[in-house]
Design a protein around this ligand. Sequence first.
Ligand SMILES: Cc1cc2nc3c(=O)[nH]c(=O)nc-3n(C[C@H](O)[C@H](O)[C@H](O)COP(=O)(O)OP(=O)(O)OC[C@H]3O[C@@H](n4cnc5c(N)ncnc54)[C@H](O)[C@@H]3O)c2cc1C
Length: 414
Amino acid sequence: MSVTKKRDLHTDTPLWSLTPRIGVRSHAVPLKQYYDVVIVGTGISGALMAHALADGTRSLLVIDRRKPVGGSSLASTAMIQHEIDVPLGKLQQRIGKAKAKRVWARSMDAVEKLASKIEYLNIGCGFARKRALFLSGDEMGWRALRDEAGLRNGAGFDAQFIDAAALRSGYGIDRTGAILTDCSASANPAQMTAEFLRQAVRGGAELVCGPEVMDISSKSGEVELVLSSGETLRCGNAVFCTGYEFLDSVARADHSIISTWAIATRANAPRPEWLDDCLVWEAADPYLYMRTTSDGRIVAGGEDEDDPRAHEDQRKLKAKQKTIARKVSTLLGCQIGEIEFAWAGAFGVTPTGLPIIDEVPGMRHVFTVMGYGGNGITFSQIASEIISAKLSGHRDKDFDLFRFGAAPAPRKAA
Ligand SMILES: Cc1cc2nc3c(=O)[nH]c(=O)nc-3n(C[C@H](O)[C@H](O)[C@H](O)COP(=O)(O)OP(=O)(O)OC[C@H]3O[C@@H](n4cnc5c(N)ncnc54)[C@H](O)[C@@H]3O)c2cc1C
């Protein structure tokens, strides 16, 4: 049995699956028996981790049971936000004021770092800086949003509360209020992941796809990984960037997997001009979110359900596609045209919205990056910074925020 539960991560129809430059050349078996670092996973977290570690100072293997970029990263709608799913006010109640402020600051910094890296490396992935409009809904009305904006301003973050009248005149949206921020972005997540993997390979990393990691043990300062091909690999450190297929040994009851759905219109869809500059999401359950692409598609998603396998139901996919499209048209006040892509996937949620980025308890030199909610891309950037600092002998200043035990643990997952 594998060390990570294999899931059906998404239907085979995400918009990005048909875009160019998402393939990465890989080997079927590792060329060596020992590596300084083995990264498990070729999604956005494995890719950013590999890129951060492929600096010529260590031998590095990236391994995946799927083909490169075959996991959740292919299904992502790739709204790259500093805003965490859990509002600052709620996060303060859960982990304290000072820590919540540090998490938000780190998240903002991660979006900036990712943007700079993509610009510096000239990565062609439709990356665009955007503002974000967070709308009132049944979970937070205008008063709660006004208070949240005030809290954010008090903590030193730019956030502008917009009232109903301004929302109607500026955006044609009929809601009681919203928060407008300007530190977000969007991209093609598959092209972004593939290019970071290619950059890591250019930096000396080896990429192997096919074998599954079936077992891990850590002893005498070394880690052993047993592969489904029967081989045993040895390494100095192993980093599990396995997304929603997290290590069974550290699964927590409050890291639940749910189902989510997404759609994309045809290119050049009818849409208000302001939408190209903005990500939109709402404080509602079930919620709706949307963005546009550089060729003028509207990409939207939501309608989450608690059942972790509901996304496998094809009839549900058709119904959810209609619901999301109708909600987008209603919100924007215009018919958005034909839906060309509809897909569904598994999605991880945590009570604090925060991941765990840490060494696995009782397993020295085995690290895990897990428990992402809707901010997987932003947190993948943070994880690559924290783990690469650790493996280079430094301690990241925010290491404590994402450790095992940083949020109170419930009983173990069944
Ligand atoms: C519909 C949808 C919309 C989303 N929208 C957003 C969004 O707007 N913004 C955002 O930031 N995030 C979003 N997310 C979340 C984001 O996509 C994920 O958090 C992110 O892609 C996770 O990346 P990852 O690299 O950790 O995992 P993955 O991309 O799943 O990669 C993990 C890899 O690990 C491999 N693996 C697992 N176990 C083993 C093993 N034992 N041996 C070998 N290989 C193994 C898997 O095969 C997989 O390829 C969305 C997700 C979905 C499904």
